[in-house]
Design a protein around this ligand. Structure first.
Ligand code: ADP
Length: 189
């Protein structure tokens, strides 16, 4: 098993680069944002709870999010060569839980790919995003960035300290950025 976390602010290109990494390495994608949006679209109980947080730019509570993640890992693990975690972890607590969840299953995170993009660029990408996501409006975007800096960006140091953080300059074309990622992790796959 080879597991990656793709890390960065909202709009940093996590989803785009995940798709390319999946093609290259045959990884299985776990995008918590996408999973939650599917629940919302299907109108499930979980979707209703998720929507009350997402539409305000807030995070889903850790305990609930970790349960959802562990279930998804168990569902997908039998057919997976490795995972790419996109949008998870988003708090130190989630990172600690991910470690435990993986350890219990004989796995670990091999690399954390950190897409480093300045806030002004994140804001303009999100405002221009073509997919018309309900949480891509000016007010929610500024709240998501605030939450990112307060709660998620401290994870960078957490992973730097554990020696698996690979900083990636996140400006440039999609392929340029992808090549930087390959260079950073390529030899170790
Ligand atoms: P982006 O990174 O572009 O903001 P995501 O699709 O990763 O988008 O997430 C969208 C929203 O889903 C987040 O703003 C948050 O409300 C919720 N969410 C996704 N992943 C998590 C998580 N790991 N913990 C808590 N909330 C999450």
């Amino acid at each position: 098993m080879f597991n990656l976390v793709i890390f960065g602010g909202p709009g940093s290109g996590k989803g785009t680069q995940s798709d390319k990494l999946i093609d290259r390495y045959g990884l299985t994608h776990i995008s918590t944002g996408q999973m939650l949006r599917e629940e919302i679209a299907a109108g499930t109980e979980l979707g209703k709870i998720a929507d009350s947080y997402i539409s305000n730019g807030n995070l889903i509570p850790d305990k609930l999010m970790c349960e959802i993640l562990a279930d998804e890992i168990d569902k997908l693990a039998p057919a997976a060569k490795g995972f790419i975690f996109d949008g998870f972890p988003r708090t130190i607590h989630q990172a600690e839980e991910l470690e435990k969840i993986l350890e219990r299953r004989g796995m670990k995170v091999d690399h954390v790919v950190g897409l480093e993009v300045p806030d002004e660029e994140l804001t303009s990408r999100l405002l221009n995003r073509g997919q018309g996501r309900a949480d891509d409006n000016a007010e929610t975007i500024s709240r998501r960035l605030e939450v990112y800096h307060a709660t998620t960006s401290p994870l960078r140091d957490y992973y730097v300290n554990s020696g698996i953080y690979r900083p990636i300059h996140g400006l440039g074309s999609i392929d340029e950025i992808f090549n930087r990622i390959i260079e950073a992790i390529g030899q170790n796959v």
